[in-house]
Design a binder for this molecule. Structure first.
Ligand code: NDP
Length: 514
């Protein structure tokens, strides 16, 4: 059945042709019944430095190349700072510092002492939470409400959680001995810069490893402020090292011969490159890659709550979320109602200044990402899907894309198969739970999924058959440091969070015997 045909109001959808695809940065139709007063978060309580060096061996050091790269605010394209570009020699210095710290200090330190440092980092993140949230928002474009209420508190929670594990590791792997691996190389993306740093560093440190972290090129600033926190926490020099740079820095780090473990979060494409590079080296690897989650709404679901789940699933952080609920499957009987409710709801989302506390949807992280989103959206239109874009005024400067959704989507369309990584939802229908399961699994990815229904038995049935690492029932995008997170298929392997998140950073006696 054609999805859009069931919607009683097709005239409000943009027609499937490119010239109806309104250009960005232009006002379309007036959308607000009233205006909110601006509520900008203050930026005068901290200082962004003019230049950030590499953090190696407990000190901030200049890159050997002497090269620095500008980092901008994607909401207005203003330069925020210049950040060092680490070349191969700098990566080598960082790995050597990590190796020294591992052999001489960190692996020998009693676990309860390690825990105290990790607790201290958690406390300092809490103390500097306002500063970290504002910098995260300025550098990445996400709404301040999200960095303030989600990213920063969750980052602190990860350090608290894993600090608690440091002296209890033998209980994580019952009846086996455990020891750290050595030096962990950790490459993180731009969508949750501080939180991803916490997901990587906290379990590695708790297990007794030392780390070299490579933040993403577009969002290095909170990692550098975390480096200041690590210095302030008096962590022994070299236990954590942070090298900024582009993909070449990440590649140099992953292939360094003195690295024992590589943990990567990012695109499937780069994940595969790293996997090929590491084949036969004996290095441990975990990959957290992309996703194309199925978000399933059954006809008995509480629809108003489900709409909030859909909104949180695809429009939070502008859809720059690996587990975003980017494919919505709606049971046929409720399809017209769901489309109407969704359209009404996204018209109320406020798009604009990420530092404004009223903002729901902020700026796209970079020009490159905006172009990627536009290219995929154009492909959806040209393949025949119908696009609805929230009518809103977009700022002239910066990178923006309005909350949007597609109806009339077929599962062969690129917008149903590829990760858009933007605020764009692809909506399809299903008749029975069996069909929902089959369509949900029709993807190369397997990271996350969501299901909305009042029937507990249906939740269990769907959750047990959808191949995804994380499945939310009657909620979406909820995170906790004690819950494992990770994927199947092209979404990667290994888990982060919870007890499972310790295992990739430990050698157990069973592994030794293999
Ligand atoms: P990448 O995979 O290129 O970037 C992730 C991290 O890997 C960054 O730190 C990047 O550095 C680094 N990197 C890039 N190339 C290499 C390499 N050869 N070896 C080691 N490290 C490398 O993602 P993109 O930023 O290009 O985003 C592309 C797409 O990937 C997005 O549109 C989205 O679909 C997906 N993505 C998924 C994420 C997830 O959470 N699963 C997160 C980010 C993106 P640098 O930033 O300097 O290039």
């Amino acid at each position: 059945m054609g999805d859009g045909a069931q919607d009683g109001r097709p005239t409000n959808f943009q027609k499937p042709c490119l010239h109806n695809y309104a250009p960005l940065n232009k006002m379309t139709t007036p959308s607000r019944e009233w205006d909110y007063a601006p509520a900008p978060e203050a930026t005068d309580h901290f200082r962004i430095r003019g230049r950030y060096d590499l953090f190696i061996g407990g000190r901030f050091v200049e890159p050997r190349s002497g090269r620095y790269r500008r980092t901008i605010n994607p909401a207005n394209e203003k330069v925020l700072s210049r950040v060092a570009e680490a070349a191969e020699g700098d990566v080598d210095r960082a790995v050597r510092a990590a190796r020294r710290a591992y052999e001489r200090i960190w692996s020998r330190m009693p676990a309860r002492e390690r825990a105290k440092y990790i607790y201290r980092i958690a406390r300092l993140i809490q103390e500097r939470s306002r500063e970290l949230a504002v910098i995260e928002t300025m550098n990445g474009g996400k709404p301040i409400r999200e960095s303030r209420d989600v990213d920063v508190p969750l980052a602190a929670a990860h350090f608290f959680y894993y600090a608690g594990w440091a002296d209890k590791l033998k209980f994580a792997v019952p009846a086996r001995g455990v020891r750290p691996l050595g030096v962990a190389a950790q490459v993180i993306p731009w969508n949750f810069p501080l939180l991803m740093a916490a997901w990587k560093l906290a379990p590695a440190l708790a297990c007794g490893n030392t780390c070299v972290l490579k933040p993403a090129e577009t969002t290095p600033l909170t990692a550098m402020h975390l480096a200041q926190i690590i210095q302030e926490a008096d962590l022994p020099p070299g236990v954590v090292n942070i090298v900024t740079g582009d993909g070449r820095t990440g590649a140099a780090l992953a292939r360094h011969p003195s690295v024992d473990k590589v943990a990567f979060t990012g695109s499937t494409e780069v994940g595969k490159l790293i996997q090929r590079m590491l084949a036969g080296t004996g290095k441990r690897l975990t990959l957290e890659l992309g996703g194309k989650a199925a978000h399933i709404i059954c006809d008995d679901a509480p629809l108003d709550q489900a709409m909030e789940g859909v909104i949180a699933g695809i429009y939070s952080n502008q859809g720059h979320v690996c587990c975003a609920g980017s494919r919505l499957f709606v049971q046929e009987g409720i399809y017209p109602l769901v489309i109407r409710k969704l359209r009404d709801r996204i018209r109320t989302l406020r798009v604009g200044d990420p530092l404004d506390k009223n903002t729901d949807v902020g700026a796209i992280n970079s020009r490159a990402q905006l172009e990627r989103i536009e290219e995929l959206v154009a492909s959806g239109v040209s393949e025949g899907a119908r696009l609805y874009r929230q009518p809103c005024r977009l700022p002239r400067k910066g990178f923006w894309f309005p909350p949007s959704f597609f109806t009339g989507v077929s599962s062969t369309h690129r917008i149903a198969q590829e990760e858009i990584f933007g605020p764009v939802l692809s909506i399809m229908t299903f008749r029975s739970p069996e069909e929902a399961i089959e369509r949900a699994n029709n993807t190369p990815y397997g990271l996350s999924a969501g299901v909305w229904t009042e029937k507990g038995a249906r939740i269990f049935k769907i959750a047990s058959k959808v191949r995804a690492g994380v499945i939310w029932a009657n909620t979406y995008n909820k995170f906790d440091p004690s819950s494992p997170f990770g994927g199947y298929k092209e979404s990667g392997f290994g888990r982060e969070g919870g007890v499972a998140g310790l295992l990739p950073y430990l050698l157990t006696t069973q592994v030794d015997r293999l």
